[in-house]
Design a binder for this molecule. Structure first.
Ligand code: SF4
Ligand code: SF4
Length: 153
C-alpha cells in the first residue's frame, strides 16, 4: 500500500487537493488597506487627542498635570501659566502640551487620571512618522488629531 502511494504520488496529490481547495475565491480575504480602514475594537487605545469644548472652542484641559504625573514613561509635558487668558485671574491656563508618541505604551493611565476628559486615547492608529521629532506632538497636533493620507485609488 505504501509503495503504491509512493509510486503514484498519492500523498502529493492529496496535499495539492487541499491547497487548491483554498484557492476558491470564497476563502480569500484581502483587506484593501489603506483604501478601506479596518474597524478597531471599541476599547482600542490609539492616537492621543486633547479635547476641546465644542460649545466655546476652548480646551477642556485645566493644566492640572495629573496625566503627566500618572505616566510611567514621563513623556507628557504640560505647559501652563497663572493668570488666566486675560492675565487678571489666578487661574492656571494651558500654554502648551507635548506628548511623545514614540515612547508611549498606550496603557491609558494618563487618560484615566484626567479629571475633565480632556485627554483621550482615540481609535486612530495611523501615527507613523519619518522622524523622531515628528513623534512629539504639540498642543495643536493633539487638538487636531492625526491626519492620515486619504487614498482614493
Ligand atoms: S498611555 Fe501610558 S505611556 Fe502613554 S502617555 Fe498615557 S500614561 Fe504614558
Ligand atoms: S489633560 Fe487632563 S490630566 Fe492632563 S493636565 Fe489637562 S486636565 Fe489635567
Amino acid at each position: 500500500m505504501s509503495l503504491f502511494r509512493k509510486l503514484f504520488l498519492v500523498d502529493l496529490i492529496e496535499g495539492m487537493k487541499v491547497t487548491f481547495g483554498y484557492q476558491n475565491p470564497k476563502y480569500i480575504y484581502t483587506e484593501q488597506y489603506p483604501k478601506e480602514r479596518p474597524p478597531v475594537s471599541e476599547r482600542y487605545r490609539g492616537a492621543p487627542r486633547l479635547n476641546i469644548n465644542p460649545e466655546n472652542g476652548e480646551t477642556l484641559c485645566i493644566a492640572c498635570d495629573l496625566c503627566a504625573l500618572a505616566c510611567p514613561e514621563n513623556l507628557i509635558v504640560v505647559g501652563w501659566q497663572r493668570g488666566g487668558p486675560d492675565g487678571k485671574t489666578g487661574k492656571k491656563t494651558l500654554t502648551n502640551f507635548t506628548y511623545d508618541i514614540s515612547r508611549c505604551m498606550f496603557c491609558g493611565l494618563c487618560e484615566d487620571a484626567c479629571p475633565t476628559d480632556a485627554l483621550e486615547l482615540t481609535q486612530d492608529f495611523e501615527m507613523a512618522n519619518y522622524s523622531r521629532e515628528g513623534a512629539i506632538w504639540d498642543r495643536q497636533a493633539l487638538e487636531e488629531g492625526p491626519r492620515p493620507t486619504q487614498y482614493k485609488e
